[in-house]
Design a protein around this ligand. Structure first.
Ligand SMILES: NC(=O)c1ccc[n+]([C@@H]2O[C@H](COP(=O)([O-])OP(=O)(O)OC[C@H]3O[C@@H](n4cnc5c(N)ncnc54)[C@H](OP(=O)(O)O)[C@@H]3O)[C@@H](O)[C@H]2O)c1
Length: 330
């Protein structure tokens, strides 16, 4: 029989977590009690440890202060389901992650909500992002599905609600963006944003509505550097989140990355994530393995040199894991 310890034994799990919380906070801790809150745009001294436990060259991105606070390290949940998925998300929270990325499309919002509840961590310490699924763009569907997302997650608001993909039809995704503004107006989405938007999609919604998305979650890894799009987003003060930030491991054997990892005494995964932190990106790696969950979190206590940053950036070959947003079937 499969062991399903966490979800079947709420009290035992909470007690275990409480017992380990001090240790966990040391793993990824900072001087705000272990919560990886970061302001990717606000870390102003390259190479210095900020008060949010993040070393970043994000000052190169923008020196203007944004009224945002988001844990720069998040936890991806794609393909995590059921009790096993619940265990994994509880593990991630136990390790110290305070930002969980889910989506209507993943079919796991209820599981994520359960894990958050089981963790015993106060809701206000956890950043929750979810996303509007493609069949739910019509205003009535967007409203209904957003309400269902909140129900499934067991929360009265999410920190960030994203349009998962742009529709082919520009009028369609502009209308969706207008509908989503209702959710930020009534406080049920603290921030609204988009995902998989090219610059022309962003220009269309900003021009039509005058409302700039808080964030654009896009595919970024060493083979898809996304320099122009990231520069465009940052010029509009749009936070960029990197999905598949590990590139699902595809570049881990690249000599450039292996060499840098050896030089720094780090793993390829840590080097790849660190490269993105220093570009001012939010990263949301997924792992179902506790050791790798911890490994992916230990990226705030070292720094890549400019040459190392450039070497990784030069691995770009345009290879995508997901479809190009302009070519994706709806
Ligand atoms: N907005 C969008 O359209 C979109 C699209 C895709 C993904 N996302 C979000 O982005 C998150 C992350 O992307 P992803 O899950 O596609 O890919 P990823 O995080 O780049 O890679 C995950 C894969 O890498 C493995 N892995 C994790 N840490 C590792 C390590 N330290 N060493 C070696 N292998 C490691 C994992 O295996 P194990 O689990 O066995 O460790 C898993 O197979 C998703 O979970 C989802 O939340 C968003």
């Amino acid at each position: 029989m499969r062991v399903r310890t966490i979800c079947s034994s709420i009290m035992g799990r909470i007690s275990s977590i409480m017992g380990r919380i001090t240790v966990a906070r040391r793993v990824v801790g900072d001087d705000r009690g272990g919560v990886l809150w970061a302001r990717p745009y606000q870390v102003s001294t390259p190479g210095c440890r900020s008060s949010f436990g993040v070393m970043s060259r994000a000052a190169e991105v923008s020196t203007s202060l944004l009224p945002m606070r988001i844990p720069q390290l998040g936890f991806g949940t794609w393909r995590l389901f059921g009790d096993e998925g619940c265990d994994v998300v509880v593990e991630a929270l136990d390790v110290g992650y305070r930002h969980i990325d889910t989506a209507q499309m993943y079919g796991n919002e209820e599981m994520v909500g359960k894990a958050i509840s089981l963790s015993g961590i106060p809701r206000e310490e956890i950043w929750i992002t979810t996303k509007l699924d493609n069949p739910n763009h019509a205003p009535v569907s967007a409203r209904d599905s957003f309400a269902r997302s909140l129900d499934a997650l067991g929360v009265d608001h999410v920190d960030l609600f994203l349009m998962h993909w742009p529709l082919r039809d520009e009028a369609g995704f502009v209308r969706t963006w207008e509908t989503m503004q209702e959710f930020s107006s009534d406080g049920r989405a603290t921030h609204i944003g988009v995902s998989n938007f090219h610059a022309h999609h962003l220009e269309a919604i900003i021009e039509a509505t005058g409302v700039t998305p808080f964030a654009n979650q896009i595919e970024v890894h060493p083979y898809l550097v996304q320099k122009e799009l990231i520069d465009f987003c940052h010029s509009k003060r749009i936070l960029v989140e990197a999905w598949s930030p590990l590139g699902r491991g595809r570049a881990f054997a690249e000599p450039v990355i292996v060499t840098i990892a050896e030089q720094l005494g780090r793993t390829p995964a840590q080097v790849v994530l660190r490269w993105q932190l220093q570009r001012g990106l939010v990263v949301i790696p997924k792992s179902a393995n506790r050791e790798r969950i911890i490994e992916n979190s230990q990226i705030f206590d070292f720094e890549l040199t400019d040459d190392q940053m450039t070497a990784i950036t030069s691995l770009h070959n345009g290879e995508r894991i997901g479809p190009d947003p302009d070519e994706r079937d709806q």
